[in-house]
Design a protein around this ligand. Structure first.
Ligand code: XMP
Length: 486
């Protein structure tokens, strides 16, 4: 047994010491940061892979703000793939594998296919994949006979305006406007369908500049996976659907099976970007970096709904965990980014996490009350609230079993919920409206923080940061005090 000599700190133990600032405006600083060395975020925030925080709706909203969402994994692979596809299709200028229907289909099949894919139009193709028509919801809306052939209502090929594969966004916009179209199929030289441009996508792409996009103009999204053998297959399906990065989601990431999983994924998928964790120590961060991770996620027990530290006695206060893990990455010389996961209550906490060595932060509960988080708001004691639950809570364990029953066996093969040992709780959080407003406030706080640090970038914040410890009186003085808040 040994006791580490160092005293461990968390956000409320410290403040950052103000430095001389050259900036005249908060606009003079940049909040852009690395998620991995090949993915940059304009807003350095990830929404957590929790089933009360991130599914496709949250991921779309996050990516539109310039941040990014990580889909939780408590659902079947098929459902997860659908969420990934929903994000990737939400805004891309060119949808490169538009949904199709065979020319033999009837109208009932057309409707079912549209509902399944949640789209308002399908390309009609023959057995060779050549486009022979276009059918939209309008074409089938009032059709009297659902057994009629799609050919009876579709727009025939000679009436369809198409674009070629080299079309620019401005040309597409002009064509859509000139012919008053909603959909513009893109065809190759041989007439085969290669993509689809929609009016909505063109509008959205031109409207949002900060958003987090891939090289094809599609919103970026991450997805959580476990570290069991079936997760290799799941990873393949998610990557095929266009998922931009994978997050290895295990509570104790400094573990043989996590290291093995990083190596297996890297061996199977050449360009895969892997976020590995969670760790809270220099050794943990160093070993996951050496195994080939592209970013390290840090946090054992700081989360608002976590009880790991109470149940197991393990954990490291989050500011120290970030600082130590940062050193572990530096030890390897690999220069990969660090994600501070959990315990962020305010924009000030985020600035402290970034100053301590993080490049981005992951947030759960603060986003769980947002409109875009899964689940509907309810009214409790006259206040609108939403539910948040730890992914290791009993409620999440039961939800997971239901959602994944077709592919995951219950933990230890045991169906008896009395034997589950939860390491998280369920709670209510106030309803908070749209997530973009919270991200705006958080990033506004970060801009001010950078200015106080005399830092133009988050990398400079790391260099300039000087922390000072507070007493309990300092903590009290830091919040509003001796006034009655309205
Ligand atoms: P916040 O504080 O932002 O933290 O709500 C979100 C992070 O908490 C972690 N998490 C858990 N940790 N038991 C734990 O010990 C749980 O049940 C649990 N659920 C989530 C996770 O890292 C998340 O991103």
């Amino acid at each position: 047994m040994k006791i580490r000599p160092q005293k461990a700190l968390t956000f409320d133990d410290v403040l950052l010491v103000p430095k001389r600032s050259p900036f005249r405006s908060r606009k003079d600083v940049s909040t852009a940061s690395r998620l991995t060395n090949s993915i940059t975020l304009n807003m350095p925030i990830l929404s957590a892979n929790m089933d009360t925080v991130t599914e496709s709706e949250m991921a779309i909203a996050m990516a539109r703000t310039g941040a990014v969402g990580v889909l939780h994994r408590f659902m079947s692979t098929e459902k997860m793939v659908r969420h990934v596809k929903r994000v990737k299709r939400a805004e891309g200028f060119l949808v490169d594998a538009p949904y199709t229907i065979g020319v033999e289909a009837n109208l009932a099949q057309v409707e079912r296919t549209m509902q399944y894919h949640e789209v308002g139009g399908l390309m009609v193709v023959d057995a060779d994949g050549t486009m022979v028509g276009l059918v939209t919801r309008r074409d089938i809306l009032l059709a009297p006979d659902s057994s009629a052939s799609v050919q009876s209502v579709m727009t025939p090929p000679d009436s369809i305006i198409t674009a070629t594969a080299d079309v620019t966004i401005d040309e597409a916009r002009a064509l859509l406007h000139q012919h008053r179209l909603e959909k513009l199929p893109v065809v190759g030289e041989d007439g085969a369908l290669v993509g689809l441009i929609t009016a909505q996508d063109v509008m959205q792409r031109q409207g949002t500049t900060n958003s987090t996009k891939d090289s094809r103009g599609r919103l970026r999204v991450g997805a959580a996976i476990g570290v069991q053998s079936h997760d290799i297959e799941r990873a393949g399906a998610l990557l095929d659907a266009g998922c931009d990065f994978l997050v290895l989601d295990i509570a104790h990431g400094h573990a043989d099976h996590c290291i093995d999983m990083i190596k297996a994924l890297k061996a199977n998928h050449k360009d895969v970007q892997i976020v590995a964790g969670n760790v809270a120590t220099r050794e943990g961060a160093r070993e996951l970096t050496e195994a080939g991770a592209d970013a390290i996620k840090v946090g054992i027990g700081p989360g608002s709904i976590c009880t790991t530290r109470i149940v197991t006695g393990f954990g490291v206060p989050q500011l120290t965990a970030i600082m130590d893990s940062y050193q572990g990455i530096v030890d390897t010389g690999a220069n990969i980014p660090l994600i501070a996961d959990g315990g962020i209550k305010t924009s000030g906490d985020m600035v402290k996490a970034l100053a301590a060595g993080a490049d981005t932060v992951m947030i759960g509960s603060m986003f769980a009350g947002c409109e875009e988080a899964p689940g509907a708001p309810v009214v409790r004691d006259g206040q609108k609230v939403k539910i948040v639950r730890g992914m290791a809570s009993l409620g999440a364990a039961i939800g997971r079993k239901k959602a994944e029953s077709e592919e995951v066996t219950p933990k230890d093969g045991d169906d008896d919920w009395n034997k589950v040992v939860p390491e998280g709780v369920e709670a209510v959080v106030p309803y908070r409206g749209n997530v973009s407003e919270i991200v705006y406030q958080m990033v506004g706080g970060l801009r001010s923080g950078l200015s106080y640090a005399g830092a133009a970038t988050i990398a400079q914040l790391h260099e300039n940061a000087e922390f000072i410890e507070m007493t309990a009186a300092g903590v009290r003085e830091s919040n509003s005090h001796d006034v009655k808040r309205v």
